[in-house]
Design a protein around this ligand. Sequence first.
Ligand code: PRP
Ligand code: HPA
Length: 175
Amino acid sequence: TDDRNADLRALIRTIPDFPKPGVQFRDITTLLLDSVGFAAAIARMAAGTQGPVDLVAGIEARGFIFAAALAAPLGAGVLLIRKDGKLPGTTIAEDYALEYGTDRIAMHADALVPGQRVLLVDDLIATGGTARAAVRLLRKAGAMVTQAQFLVDLPDLGGADALRADGLAVDSLVA
Ligand code: PRP
Ligand code: HPA
C-alpha cells in the first residue's frame, strides 16, 4: 500500500455519516465505474498474489466482484462466502462479532477439497471481523489459506494486523 496506487485512491470517494453519523464511508462504486481503474485494480491484485491458487474465496457482496474478476487471471475457481441462509446446499458457518450483536457467514461444506490453496478476497478490511471469520471457516473446511487481498485497508481499525497474526500475508492497494 503506497502511492503507486494514487490513481486508484483518487477513484474511491468518501461519503460522510454513512451508514451512521461520524462514519467516513469509503465508497468503491466510483472505482468500479471506471473501466481503466477497475482493470488496473484487478491486475495489481493478481500481480501481488504469490504462488498458485486453486480457489479465490470472495465475501458477499462486494467481495464477489473482486474474487470473480481475479479468478481467470489466477487460473482459479471462485468460492462464495455468503451471509447465512443464502446457500442452498449443506453449509458450515462461522459467527463473528459486530459492534452490537453478531453476524454469521457460511460456505458450502463440500466447496473445497482439503489441502486446496485458497486466496481470500474482499473489497475492504476494517476491523477484520468478517475476514477473520472467513479464514476460520475456510480452515475448518481444510483449506490452506495463506494470503488475503483487499482493495482498501482501514489500518486504524487493525483488521489487517489481526489477520497477519492469524498467519496470513495481507495485501491491500489503498490505505
Ligand atoms: C463490508 C466490507 C467487508 C466488511 C469489512 O461489508 O465489504 O466485507 O464490511 O468490515 P470488518 O473488517 O469490520 O469486518 P458489508 O458487511 O458492508 O457487506 P456488503 O459487501 O454486502 O455491503
Ligand atoms: N466502506 C465500505 N465498507 C466498509 C467501510 C467503509 O468505509 N467500513 C466498514 N465497511
